[in-house]
Ligand binder design. Structure first.
Ligand code: ADP
Length: 248
């Protein structure tokens, strides 16, 4: 699927990182039991990268993504976003960080049922300083013909693409996707992954996609393998595949 390329690794290492995580540890206390979701994760992510975070269910992928996105805080370790120390940020600063810089896409779309596609995108763009035009965001996910449809009039894949358009409506620096194709069939998943890859390429948005589907790794610049709260390997793809070329 992929090979280690020292040239690529050097190119990546020469850039200033967007995220730098060091010793990230997360322990959830469940009654008498400690659940170790992350056990000392060191990870740098770079501008414009497409990163796939791969691992089985329960390996800590969502916990890692949520910490990078300012939705959760680690028990120990540190994480820097550009020149902000997220581990030192209070709730208000984390909220501002998320609002200004991070687009989230989840497995379920959470669109507002009473708003059309373009209205769902516009409500996020409205609170941004430098928004993408909602119609332009919908064009990027190839839904320009569906902008006046309500969520109930759209397929699952189309609703997910509206959710992606909503996530990029504020022109975020970072797009974090948690199992974006988890609820979709293969064919629809390919269309959604295509939309994410296009955004990464055309807007240069650092994109991290978490999945338990190993085949999606072939689309990435780098694949981060997580197992039991630890990074076991980071692979650099010398050649990236498009979504349509993936072998499922
Ligand atoms: P993944 O995304 O790879 O499926 P998660 O990050 O969701 O993994 O979970 C990692 C571990 O942490 C799992 O054992 C999970 O049960 C536990 N965990 C995640 N979130 C919580 C929580 N809010 N409270 C308690 N345990 C949690």
């Amino acid at each position: 699927m992929s090979s280690i390329s020292t040239t690529n690794e050097r190119a990546v290492a020469d850039k200033e990182s967007v995220f730098s995580a060091s010793g990230l540890t997360k322990v959830y206390r469940m009654g008498e039991v400690d659940v170790h979701a992350l056990r000392g994760v060191d990870l740098d992510l770079y501008p414009g990268e497409f990163v796939v975070i791969l691992g089985p269910s329960g390996s800590g992928k969502s916990t890692l993504l949520n910490i990078l996105g300012g939705l959760d805080v680690p028990t120990d370790g540190s994480v820097r976003y550009r020149d902000h120390d997220l581990t030192a940020a209070d709730e208000g600063e984390l909220t501002r960080y998320r609002r200004e810089h991070v687009g989230f896409v989840f497995q379920f779309y959470n669109l507002i049922a009473g708003l059309t596609a373009i209205e769902n995108v516009a409500i996020v763009a409205d609170i941004s300083d430098n928004p993408l035009e909602p119609a332009e965001a919908l064009r990027m996910v190839d839904l320009q013909d569906r902008q006046d449809h309500y969520p109930s009039q759209l397929s699952g894949g189309e609703q997910q693409r509206v959710a992606i358009a909503r996530a990029i409506g504020k022109r975020p620096d970072v797009l974090l996707c948690d199992e974006p194709t988890g609820a979709l069939d293969v064919k629809t998943g390919i269309v959604v992954l295509n939309a994410i890859a296009r955004i990464n390429k055309e807007l240069g948005t650092l994109t991290a996609v978490i999945t338990h589907n190993a085949s999606i790794g072939a689309m990435a610049d780098r694949v981060v393998y997580l197992s039991d709260g630890r990074i076991t390997e980071i692979r650099v793809n010398a050649v990236k595949k498009s979504a349509i070329e993936l072998v499922w």
